[in-house]
Design a protein around this ligand. Structure first.
Ligand code: G3P
Length: 218
């Protein structure tokens, strides 16, 4: 499973990319606004830090304008993945940008039917928002199961399932069990994946016992 980081905060991306666990980054207009940075500048900086796919979202809503914006974003760096909302205009723009050879992340997916259309449009990634479905009392992970089942029936579908709107480590484990290709994680959740109190406790005990030996390895 690939892990992308869902943020536009450069310091977080730089720190976490050092762990070797970061395979890409996703941003959206809200995350860009939170960063307080100029959109094109922050995407260029992220592309320099992380060699994997860096999602940068268009803000136009009509296909021709989406294509124009997408082509401008794609020029920032070769690892830019243009993010398009799952609307009929977004799907139209997806086909054109994919024909250009540009990676496309189709976002704001909330149904299996939408995901089927994104695969038909040749999307590189589909981003179903599990947390926002959970937030309204639906089962976001059921959508991931449906998408993985459908995509599994069509080997010619090259679209990768990029689980988004992740709220906790259980979402990540459940998505991995379903065979989702990618999970995009807020930095806090990536840290929660490796932090465990019993690991800390066990390590402290090992080191305390080792100290008693008076030995050192180097
Ligand atoms: O960036 C796409 C998605 O991960 C946003 O999730 O937390 O705003 O529901 P969230």
């Amino acid at each position: 499973m690939k892990f992308f980081i869902d943020t536009a905060e450069i310091d977080e991306i730089r720190a976490l990319s050092k762990t070797g666990m970061v395979d890409g980054v996703t941003t959206n207009p809200t995350l860009i606004a939170k960063s307080g940075r100029k959109f094109m500048d922050v995407i260029a900086e992220i592309c320099d830090i992380v060699p994997g796919p860096i999602s940068a979202e268009v803000t136009a809503t009509e296909a021709d304008a989406m294509i124009k914006e997408g082509r401008k974003l794609a020029k920032i760096a070769k690892n830019v993945a243009v993010k398009l909302p799952l609307t009929v205009d977004g799907l139209t723009a997806c086909k054109t940008l994919r024909n250009d050879g540009t990676m496309v992340n189709v976002t704001l997916c909330f149904s299996a039917a939408q995901a089927l259309l994104a695969a038909k449009a040749g999307a590189t990634f589909i981003s179903p928002f599990v947390g926002r479905l959970d937030d309204i009392g639906q089962d976001g992970m059921e959508l991931i199961a449906d998408i993985c089942e459908i995509y599994g029936e069509y080997p010619d579908f090259a679209t990768e399932v990029l689980v988004a709107s992740v709220r906790h480590p259980v979402h990540v484990v459940q998505a991995a069990k379903l065979g989702a290709h990618v999970a995009t994680l807020p930095p806090k959740i990536l840290r929660q994946l490796y932090d465990h109190p019993l690991t800390d406790k066990g390590l402290a005990a090992f080191l305390a016992d080792w100290a008693k030996t008076g030995q050192s390895i180097l």
